[in-house]
Design a protein around this ligand. Sequence first.
Ligand SMILES: Cc1cc2nc3c(=O)[nH]c(=O)nc-3n(C[C@H](O)[C@H](O)[C@H](O)COP(=O)(O)OP(=O)(O)OC[C@H]3O[C@@H](n4cnc5c(N)ncnc54)[C@H](O)[C@@H]3O)c2cc1C
Length: 193
Amino acid sequence: MGEYRLCLGAYAYLTAFSPTRASLVLIHANAKPEETERRWVTFLKQEKLDYHIEENFLLEHISGTAYPHHVGNILLVGAAGGFMESFLGFGTVSSLRSGVLAARAIKGNRCFTKLADKLDQEMRRSVRLREIINTMENKDYDRLVATATFPIIKQLFYNTNFPVLKYAGDILELVRASVNWEKKSILPAKRSK
Ligand SMILES: Cc1cc2nc3c(=O)[nH]c(=O)nc-3n(C[C@H](O)[C@H](O)[C@H](O)COP(=O)(O)OP(=O)(O)OC[C@H]3O[C@@H](n4cnc5c(N)ncnc54)[C@H](O)[C@@H]3O)c2cc1C
């Protein structure tokens, strides 16, 4: 992702719709709107992206979690239930999965929160991933790419059913250099007892 100043809590992706049209997204955790505008301009300049822009928008994206996932006879699914993974801010699949679990809970008269426990764990794991990614600098990304493309690792990722995301936190810990974890955290600072 280019220069250091864009790392630490920021990432970008380009999703192509056709050979000539795409959506270019820059995400920045915990940033104020004016700060994000500035970073957007820097990002375009730095990466030399002088595309013709048809539409531009800035969106505040707030997410959180909910526990338990039901209040009386209301079942909280999708974004309302906190089923959005923090790693990349994606939530369509986990939202659908929470909806299926809610339907099963209703049909079988079972506890939705218990049924959603595994999905909840996945969401928590993704917070940890995001935390680690937020502390990564260019040299950590270089190490990550080098590690991921190492033949044995590549074989494990692509040709086996190894649950990559389950262990991704531990893998990332290995490639990350020593940084101030608390300073870069997206989660509120832990209260001292
Ligand atoms: C900019 C952005 C990019 C994203 N990119 C991706 C991506 O690439 N991949 C991915 O998987 N996820 C992505 N997500 C996350 C994904 O959009 C959400 O996780 C997902 O849409 C959640 O689905 P949902 O049905 O729970 O909630 P929503 O999609 O938010 O649907 C809730 C609906 O309820 C309506 N509503 C709210 N209040 C009321 C009310 N009182 N009465 C009636 N209707 C109401 C809202 O208008 C809305 O239509 C992105 C999110 C954002 C903001």
